[in-house]
Design a protein around this ligand. Structure first.
Ligand code: NAD
Ligand code: TYD
Length: 350
């Protein structure tokens, strides 16, 4: 029996927790979740799996070399799905060094420990880095798409730190023959997303009748993918991806920010029995984000053709599921908004 012991970093975050919820259902799989529990990490996201016998949580930092060495040894780690990161562009504009520390130094530290722990025995080993389409820079309006071969052109401290970490990961493959996989995905939405990101921020603010801040004119375009479809793509790549390869993941679902926010408003009005057009009145145009990338759009034909993955959800259905989840999980939203989720677990994990 071939048991896989998978180290997931950043598993208490938005995407990581969905990856873990899917991973624990696999046979012969143990999941070790290493997470520092920053503001974005929340163990409430993992309540449904916390008592699973194949799931272990470790509070810690991906920059902590000795902890990483210990984890690889104790848990006989054979695969790494590396999601831990500072993930919010606006925060990266305010504190770029934090992004360099976590996303670059953290990834370098993790890579180095994985390499020394596996000591050249790379059979059945994988280091899989979860990255973003933002490394490719910004597209003009039109039909151009980011391909795996598109040159990197990151333009925010966040995307630059992710681009740097992608380069480091790829350099280990070319230099040492170290077994890596990388995927670059478009904007995710869905349950458990911290309400600083556009979709949950709007849902939360509509609920509380607060302004919906739109940067600039709201004409910037993003491609949106439901989080469980991203996690499904990650599991597909982990299983069948070719070592050394990069896969773009996207929803083929482009929206300008203004149109997206209007759809969220409409969906919320219906769900909350508010008069049509009520929430749109909350839309407020604010100063544009510094260096705001105009458009992201993904060509995901490689993963579709080579690995047979396609998104399973239509955007309208994904959005309804998302809105329903936030309306049901008002306590989660309240705890996250007030910071209460931190004190809940403080006694347990310090
Ligand atoms: P998130 O901010 O919700 O979660 C990040 C997690 O990493 C948190 O649980 C946090 O506590 C943990 N973390 C941060 N610093 C750490 C450290 N030093 N050591 C250990 N843990 C640490 O992020 P997310 O949206 O779930 O994104 C996960 C990954 O996917 C990131 O690498 C991000 O770049 C990438 N990604 C995100 C999106 C998106 O739309 N959210 C799209 C493409 C790629
Ligand atoms: P965000 O959710 O922060 O993701 P990213 O910057 O990684 O794409 O933002 C999505 C888009 O929405 C982006 O173009 C910035 C814009 N935006 C707003 O207009 N207002 C907001 O309050 C936020 C958070 C984002």
């Amino acid at each position: 029996m071939n048991i896989q012991n998978i180290l997931v970093t950043g598993g208490a975050g938005f995407i990581g927790s969905e990856v873990i919820r899917q991973l624990v259902t696999l046979e012969n799989t143990n999941v070790i979740n290493l997470d520092k529990l920053t503001y974005a990490g929340n163990l409430e996201n993992l309540k449904s799996v916390e008592s699973n016998s194949n799931y272990t949580f470790v509070k810690g930092d991906i920059c902590d070399e000795s902890l990483l060495k210990e984890l690889f040894k104790t848990h006989k780690i054979s695969k790494v799905i590396h999601l831990a990161a500072e993930s919010h562009v606006d925060r990266s504009i305010n504190d770029p060094l934090l992004f360099v520390r976590t996303n670059l130094i953290g990834t370098a530290t993790l890579l180095n420990v994985a390499k020394s722990s596996w000591e050249g025995d790379y059979i059945n080993k994988v280091f899989y880095h979860i990255s973003t389409d933002e490394v490719y820079g910004s597209l003009n309006f039109g039909n151009d798409l980011f391909k795996e071969t598109t040159s990197y052109d990151p333009r925010s401290p966040y995307s630059a730190s992710k681009a740097g970490s992608d380069h480091l990961v790829r350099s280990f493959f070319h230099t040492y023959g170290f077994p890596i996989l990388i995927s670059n995905c478009s904007n995710n939405y869905g349950p458990y997303q911290f309400p600083e990101k556009l979709v949950p921020l709007c849902i939360n603010n509509i609920l509380n009748k607060k302004p919906l801040p739109i940067y600039g004119k709201g004409e910037n375009i993003r491609d949106w993918l439901y989080v469980s479809d991203h996690a499904d793509a990650i599991l597909t790549i982990l299983k069948n991806g070719q070592i050394g390869e990069t896969y773009n993941i996207g929803g083929n679902n482009e929206w300008s920010n203004l149109d997206l926010v209007k759809v969220i408003c409409k969906t919320m009005d219906l769900k909350l029995n508010r008069p049509e057009g009520d929430s749109e009145k909350l839309i407020t145009f604010v100063q544009d984000r510094a260096g705001h990338d105009l458009r992201y759009a993904i060509d995901s034909s490689k993963i579709q053709k080579e690995l047979g993955w396609t998104p399973s959800l239509q955007f309208e259905d994904g959005l309804k599921l998302t809105v329903d989840w936030y309306l049901q999980e008002t306590e989660w939203l309240r705890n996250v908004s007030s910071g209460e989720y931190k004190s809940y677990y403080k006694n347990q994990y310090g």
